[in-house]
Write a protein of this length. Structure first.
Length: 525
């Protein structure tokens, strides 16, 4: 049963709001004021400024080189971002040195990135923030509303930036704010009246993206206002409103802008109709986003003032299967590295072969979600492996095209044959040995499948690693094959099971044949 002497939640909230209103309108009316003697002993606390060690000395080429390590393709986007970031943070250096007032008035280089999902927009911004060494906040534009009572308030982005900087406002004021799905704020061209979930949010973002003071405590956050009241009481009835300036915060927004291509197409088509049409060739549709103009964004539904605050605009290109392969193979943030690390935690070494990466890339390309499709395909392919293999006797796993094509069948083979993974690993090691041999000596060893299986069986029987066994088996081949190449000019040699069974006999026959072509050559190709 409820206690009749205790207020209901609605009544409690009403009383708290009334208390906060009185506190703001009449400082000292909320809590009882401290005696004057105590007030003199408890002065208002001043913000302790920590020295800002901000040393941005990168060139645009150096910034792009950093981005190249993590993000594949998107060269134009990297170039645009590198220039904009260098311009912005060089201005920050001027401000920090106190020379900003003497410099030319600075127009902030806020950035708009366009492109389909999964092409690296968010990752680019994340890598930029890590390089510069400033805090970064990422948010989805769809979570904000004009009032902030239902949904979020755009000013919360700035407060989150302060939180990311561990409360250090001097660092937070130079941070990055990244807003994704900005195209979802577009209002319908024919709409009328207030659009609190789109047009109103755009309007609220305008002041943030330029130069405004944002209070560190939200008026709609009851917990923050209670904290403010407690601080007011602790300071002995002295009220101080803490704010942070957004002048040197860099805003980057992005979106897919799916229907923008249709607007650009209609504009280009109108230019081809009527007297005086120049007949300029229309670029391919996949390049439309790169030539989007301000009027296109306005017709899409963005406010003219809002798009005007985003002077730097760049379109990211969609990713094909080859790009997805390069992401897995060469990016330092590759998803493959994560899978290797996850399995290594269970004592299992995982190796991804190139044919597996190509198969994953082709399958992910069909998902039409860019690099995010890689996670979908890998999770679907390796889910049962991550469940079954930890805790088993399997300590080595080779992911090849067969695993990607039929993971269930390959997993069954692995669990049914204790040497299956070892043999698979030996295949890869045998090919690696052949590649190194060719790189060192300029002589190609073409290993047949039968030869590799025989090498694996012999290595297991002798309890040697595949690399060690190959070095022992082909220890005399460097000198013998160089002699053959000198006599006959041949540089490629087919290694079949017969050669592996008796390598000395086969090598001797090849050498004799190089002097006397009438002799049977054996495995020379």
């Amino acid at each position: 049963m409820s206690n009749p002497g205790f207020p209901s939640p609605e009544e409690l909230q009403r009383k708290l709001q009334e208390f906060l209103r009185r506190t703001v309108e009449n400082p000292g009316a909320g809590f009882a004021s401290r005696p004057e003697s105590q007030e003199s002993e408890a002065p208002v606390e001043e913000a302790k400024e920590r020295p800002l060690n901000f040393d941005f000395s990168y060139t645009p080429k150096q910034v792009k080189a950093h981005l190249d390590r993590f993000v594949i393709r998107q060269d134009e986007a990297k170039k645009v971002l590198s220039i904009a970031v260098c311009d912005h943070y060089n201005q920050v250096k001027l401000a920090e040195s106190g020379a900003a007032k003497e410099a030319v008035a600075y127009q902030k280089q806020n950035i708009l990135m366009l492109g389909p999902t999964g092409v690296g927009k968010t990752y680019l911004v994340k890598c930029l923030a890590e390089l510069v060494g400033v805090p970064m906040v990422k948010a989805d534009a769809t979570k904000f509303t004009e009032t902030g009572y239902v949904g979020g308030d755009v000013e919360d982005l700035v407060r989150d930036l302060v939180h990311q900087a561990d409360g250090d406002m001097r660092i937070a004021q130079y941070g990055m704010i990244y807003i994704d799905e900005i195209d979802k704020l577009a209002s319908a061209p024919a709409s009328s009246g207030r659009d609190v979930s789109g047009r109103g949010v755009q309007t609220n973002l305008l002041k943030l993206m330029e130069d405004t003071e944002v209070p560190l405590r939200s008026q709609t956050d009851l917990q923050a206002q209670l904290q403010a009241a407690m601080d007011f009481h602790r300071r002995g009835g002295k009220y101080r409103k803490e704010t942070i300036n957004t002048r040197y915060m860099l805003f980057i927004v992005s979106g897919a802008f799916d229907k923008l291509e249709d607007i650009i197409s209609r504009r280009l088509s109108r230019g081809e109709i009527g007297f005086g049409a120049r007949g300029a060739p229309i670029p391919p549709r996949e390049q439309f986003l790169q030539i989007a103009s301000t009027i296109d964004y306005i017709q899409f539904g963005l406010e003219p003032e809002f798009i005007g605050r985003l002077p730097v605009r760049v379109a990211c290109s969609p990713l094909g299967a080859d790009d997805l392969f390069d992401i897995m193979k060469y990016s330092e943030g590759s998803l493959i590295r994560q899978y290797e690390q996850a399995m290594r935690a269970f004592g299992i070494d995982v190796t991804f072969e190139d044919d597996a990466l190509k198969a994953i890339a082709e399958s992910a390309s069909g998902e039409k979600t860019g690099a995010r499709g890689l996670s979908t395909v890998c999770e679907r392919t390796l889910r049962d492996f991550k469940f079954e293999l930890p805790g088993s006797s399997i300590k080595q796993l080779i992911i090849n095209a067969a695993v990607v094509r039929d993971p269930a069948a390959e997993l069954k083979r692995i669990l049914g044959d204790p040497h299956y993974c070892a043999r698979q690993a030996m295949v890869a090691l045998a090919h690696a040995f052949a590649r190194r041999f060719e790189q060192r000596h300029g002589l190609a060893l073409e290993l047949t499948d039968e030869a590799i299986r025989r090498l694996a069986d012999d290595a297991l029987a002798a309890r040697r690693s595949m690399t060690e066994h190959c070095e022992i088996t082909f220890k005399d081949f460097e000198f013998g094959l160089k002699l053959i190449a000198k006599n006959s000019g041949r540089t490629s040699f087919r290694i079949d099971e017969t050669v592996v069974k008796d390598p000395e006999k086969s090598l001797s026959a090849w050498v004799v044949h190089s002097y006397d072509p009438k002799e049977k050559p054996g495995g020379v190709s």
